[in-house]
Design a protein around this ligand. Structure first.
Ligand code: 5CA
Ligand code: ZN
Length: 409
């Protein structure tokens, strides 16, 4: 499917620093060094049964920063994102609200694109739905069946977690700790007949009233983890640089995905680094479509909130911390946006090269966006206090804020 239009990334003088980022698999901040000129990024996309909320936006903001740091360091970026356009929660919502599931998915995906465009998130080169990836999922599952890593159970096909000696390396969880999380996040540890309770569905045979496709695996639909693997392998290949998503995806989704891919290809690792954004909460709970405690990007935009202020509100939190959205987040971001806009609207100001270096250093060191905002705040304060004679400075600040943070002043 098509993605959304790209906003231009202004060129900056000099070059940024190599990206260091927290990798869940090694539990450490490390330099992620793309093998060639092109950095490869896969980010898990939405399940389109409701509008984009601020938690989603915070996660996509994180991986937008990854791309901006890489580009500033001289890399091209090959970015792939999926849309889980057939899965249980989408089908359940469609039934509950009496909508056609394809129409629901198409409408919410269209709204997501609008929100991403308004927030100036760089679009993926390949934006791919689960449904359109079925032709690549089928041979992958066949390959797993052929190696004995997958087995059939009443027409469904499961992946055997014992087939991957590296299983557990992504999340770092032991099997006892995995079980309750697996049950919470879509798994079925109790189903009788499975070889191991943690084995995950690769293929579901057709259920009454649910969509299904006729394939060599039978009449059915794909499981969730294999969808992302098929798309990532097709467009990025093994050992791509970063697998990204919110921290709720580290287990089971990214753990299972890595295991599927590693067993199917016989190669390791699936990704060089697994990067996870913290969860955004509202009223004391993680924002989630299932709980319904949501602040939608589109609702704020409808109320006339400048998307640049929404983006600044997200940037004010370090991506790895869990945080709670409050009215104050937005008020502070709006105040900052007005302050920065006033500061760059003058024809000259204090020199900005130092600020650019500070922004680059902050972002390259585990995407410290609050540190980057503080550097701009200091320049804006100097501008407000004493001004300056440097004619290029306000332009450089506004280009740096746009190129590195995706905020248009
Ligand atoms: N379609 C799957 C991924 S393949 C999925 O998890 N979809 S989602 O719509 O539930 O979430 C989309 C992205 O937003 C995921 O990366 C998820 O980790 C992230 N996300 C969901 N809720 C939050 C939240 N409250 N805070 C931060 N990120 C969130
Ligand atoms: Zn995914």
């Amino acid at each position: 499917m098509h993605a959304w239009p790209a906003s231009e990334v202004p060129a900056l003088p000099g070059q940024g620093l190599p990206l260091r980022v927290f990798d869940t698999a090694t539990s450490s901040v490390r330099e992620v060094v793309p093998e060639g000129p092109t950095a490869r990024l896969y980010v898990c996309g939405i399940t389109p049964y409701d509008a984009t909320h601020l938690g989603h936006a915070a996660t996509y903001n994180t991986f937008d920063l990854v791309q901006r740091v890489w580009k500033d360091a001289g890399h091209d970026v090959l970015y792939v994102q999926n849309v889980t356009d057939v899965d249980d929660p989408l089908l359940e919502r469609a039934v509950a609200t009496g909508q056609d599931w394809t129409e629901l998915a198409a409408r919410e995906t269209a709204l997501f694109r609008e929100d991403m465009t308004a927030l100036r998130m760089l679009p993926p080169a390949h934006y791919v739905g689960a449904v359109e990836s079925i032709p690549w999922i089928v041979p992958l599952v066949k390959q797993l069946l052929a190696t004995g890593a997958a087995y059939e159970l009443d027409g469904d096909i499961y992946f055997s977690v014992d087939a991957d000696p590296h299983f557990g390396e992504v999340s770092g969880l032991g099997r006892d700790a995995m079980l309750p999380v697996f049950a919470e996040r879509g798994g079925d540890p109790q189903r009788p007949g499975k070889k191991h309770p943690l084995d995950a569905l690769l293929w579901l045979s057709a259920r009454p009233g649910e969509p299904a496709w006729d394939t060599e695996l039978g009449h059915g639909r794909p499981g969730w983890h294999i969808e992302c693997v098929a798309i990532a392998l097709k467009y990025l290949g093994m050992s791509f640089d970063i697998q990204g998503g919110g921290s709720d995806l580290s287990f089971p989704h990214h753990e299972m995905g890595a295991a599927h891919a590693q067993v199917a290809t016989g190669e390791h690792p699936y990704a060089q680094a697994y990067v996870h954004a913290g969860m955004v909460a509202l009223d004391g709970h993680k924002m989630s479509k299932s709980r319904g405690n949501l602040v939608f990007v589109s609702k704020l935009r409808r109320e006339g909130v400048d998307p640049a202020a929404i983006r600044l509100a997200l940037l004010a939190h370090h991506y790895r911390t869990d945080w709670e959205w409050t009215e104050q987040d937005l008020a502070q971001a709006q105040e900052r946006l007005a302050r920065w806009r006033a500061a760059v609207s003058r024809p000259d100001g204090p020199p900005a090269e130092g600020m650019l270096a500070e922004m680059r250093a902050a972002l390259a060191e585990d995407l410290d966006a609050p540190g980057a905002l503080a550097a701009v705040d200091r320049w804006a304060a100097a501008q407000a206090a004493d001004g300056g004679q440097d004619i290029g400075a306000p332009g450089l600040v506004s280009r740096a804020v746009d190129a590195l943070l995706g905020v248009a002043l």
